[in-house]
Ligand binder design. Structure first.
Ligand SMILES: N[C@@H](CCC(=O)N[C@@H](CS)C(=O)NCC(=O)O)C(=O)O
Length: 232
């Protein structure tokens, strides 16, 4: 059995989540970079792999799969990872993780991603930031974070139980994209969320640090270079 082919760009939040998951579970993979800044996801070479034209995508011995949530579930079963990541036998805990993975897209992802995009892309392109849109997404994100605190976390240590699961990595990577535009206060200012983020980060080291240079770290540097040069 060969290594899993991993089509990704570590500047992408779900790509980092899958990267950390595979590293944490010693799943052998070969990364094929699909450079989003060069638009490689839309080019023929990658479209032939998967018509989804988005990353992450994996190819496991000819079985090609997109969507990070589906990838987590597939890899958990295929490589028989420790049960806390995505329990095979505990139906209710598995269902709670699925609940988070579905809810994530229209609540945490859309609002964190759009806040990031409005600020980052416009700064990079030298265009005015649509402040009303940023405000709207920040406000929706704050509601979603309150839901995380009151519903998913309650008195638990992690989103779906007392040990880490794929849901925590998915959420962490999406929220940390905000660090690149110095908006980490949006989630760290919620004390319950802030404490949980600290626990998740500690649990996924050193893999989180391994994707820093090509991920959030690189975007942060670019953003800081642009914002400091525009102040001159
Ligand atoms: N729901 C998908 C989202 C995938 C996605 O939107 N990926 C972005 C990068 S974060 C992408 O490839 N965008 C390319 C494009 O929009 O052209 C997942 O969780 O895997």
């Amino acid at each position: 059995m060969g290594a899993v082919k991993f089509y990704a760009d570590l500047r992408s939040q779900p790509c980092r989540a899958v990267f950390i998951f595979m590293k944490a579970n010693a799943i052998q993979f070969e990364m094929e970079k699909v450079d989003l800044f060069l638009g490689e996801q839309l080019q023929e070479k990658f479209t032939q792999v998967h018509s989804i034209q988005r990353v992450p995508v994996i190819d496991d011995d000819g079985f090609v799969l997109g969507e990070s949530g589906a990838i987590f579930r597939y890899l958990s079963r295929k490589f028989n990872v420790a049960d806390h990541w995505y329990p095979a036998a505990d139906l209710t805990r598995q269902a709670r993780i699925d609940e988070y993975l579905h809810w994530h897209h229209t609540n945490i992802r859309v609002n964190a991603m759009m806040t990031f995009r409005h600020i980052y892309i416009n700064k990079v392109r030298g265009k005015p930031i649509k402040e009303d849109e940023v405000r709207r997404h920040k406000s929706e994100l704050s509601k979603a974070l309150n839901h995380i605190a009151s519903y998913f976390l309650k008195e638990r240590r992690f989103l779906c139980g007392n040990d880490i699961s794929v849901a925590d990595i998915q959420a962490l990577c999406e929220l940390m994209q905000l660090d690149a535009v110095r908006e980490e206060g949006l989630y760290l200012s919620n004390p319950i969320v802030g404490a949980w983020i600290g626990r998740v980060k500690a649990r996924v080291q050193p893999y989180l640090a391994e994707c820093e240079a090509e991920g959030v770290g690189m975007m942060k540097q670019m953003y800081e270079a642009i914002t400091s040069s525009s102040k001159l």
